[in-house]
Each structure stands twice: as structure tokens, then as C-alpha cells.
Design a protein around this ligand. Sequence first.
Ligand code: G3P
Ligand code: MG
Length: 265
Amino acid sequence: MHRAPWPYPRVLAHRGGGAFAPENTVAAIRVGSERGFRAVEFDAMLSADGEAVLIHDVTLERTTNGTGPVAASSWAQLSRLDAGSWFSKEFAGEPIPRLLDALGFCRSHAVWSNVEIKPSPGDERRTGAVVADVVTRAFADLLKDGARPGELPDPSVPLLSSFSVDALEAAREQAPALAYGLLVERIPRDWRTRLERLGCVALHCDHRHLDAKSALSVREAGYWLFVYTVNDRPRALELVKWGVDAFCTDRLDRIEPSLLDARGP
Ligand code: G3P
Ligand code: MG
């Protein structure tokens, strides 16, 4: 539990560039960055041989020219796929990035990230551990040895989140110094016990199921509250009035990255 203000940018581009570029690619992060977004959310999953890559679905069809489960392809196979043509000709040939490369791009462009650990079914613990290890390697210079329990890392270091409890447990065992958020659709009754047990500093929920009273409970308990995916400007402002710390959006055209900068918690 903590009571510090949210130390990260408050508006994140969902899956990279939102509606303007193929999701979960470096091109998407670049587009978001060019539009002034200083933070992104993206999804990380493992290839058959354990490389962490950016992709949302457990199968390749929707966002690449490949077929079958992501977990059935090696990194060498995934690296040859086109993850841009499905979106538009302009992005033809855009590859699936490795998590390590996406984090390198983010660092070099001063873009903060929320890495969603998105395991293929049955691969939860391995995915959590590998993603945490990759983030640790990418930010090794900012992670102190011997950080005290509960001490948060430098705010440039990504926040890791997941719907998978197993993935979060394995990630935290691998990298206890990182900051973690539990993703849920609806806030469960026992949310506080779950956050405590998992050592999470934030609860991430679907804003469509949030109400002002629940938002207040989370904030009063000293946890950060992140919501996904807010594409409507008045709704974003309402959520912030309820105490929501940050959110991700697809609509980089409707919601400006600085929307919440001048507003208090
Ligand atoms: O991390 C929030 C959000 O990305 C969760 O939903 O399906 O877009 O990964 P999804
Ligand atoms: Mg996601």
C-alpha cells in the first residue's frame, strides 16, 4: 500500500498508437509519441521459444499475415511476419516487435509504458517471469540493488499489469522491485486482499463497470486506480473526478495527452 501521487503520465495510448497505427508495433508507439503521448500500454506474450513479443491475441490471424497460435511459432518465424498490412498499406511490412526492442524505443523517445503481461493459456508463469526479466534488463541502470520492500522503482520504469494472477506471482518472484497492477474487468469484492497478496500498487479495471463509490474505496485504501479503455472526453473527465489516476485510450484524436496534466488527483 502507498499514498504517493501517481508518478506516471496520466493518459496512455492503448496498444501503442490507438486507432492510428497497427496495434502493438513500434510504428504505433512512434505515432503515439509524435502526437504527444508520453505513455503507452501494450501487450506482451511469449513465442514458442520464450521470446517476449508485443501482440494482443493468442492467435496470429487478426493482426498479422501468419496463422495459428502465437505460442506455436518461434521468434524466428514471428519476426518474419507482417503486422502492419491488416491495418493499412502505409504500414505494410511492419514487424511484430520483441518486448526488449519496444522498451528500447520507448526509452529513447521518453515514452513511459504499462506492460500488460498477456500469457497464452497454460503459459502464465513463464510469461510473467520472462516479461519481468526483460523489463529488468531494459531498465537495469535505474533499478537499485537492495530496494526496500514496498519501495517503488524510478518512475521511468514500466508498470507491469495482468489479468493473470499466476503471471503476476511469477513476475513478482522474478523481479520484486518492479511495480505491479492487477487487471480486472469488474472490481471484485475481495480486491483489497488480492492486491495485498500480489503486492500490487494499482488496480486496473474496465471503466464501464466502475462507480464513484468503488473508485473512492480504492483510492482511500492508498492504491492507484487505472482504467481502460476510455474513448470519450467527458467520460474521461468524470472518471478523474471520481479519483481515477490514469487511463488508456484508442482515440488519440479525441483525447489529448495533456488532458489531465493540470488537474489534481
Ligand atoms: O491494460 C488494459 C487493457 O489493455 C486491457 O484490455 O484486451 O485491450 O488488452 P486489452
Ligand atoms: Mg492490453
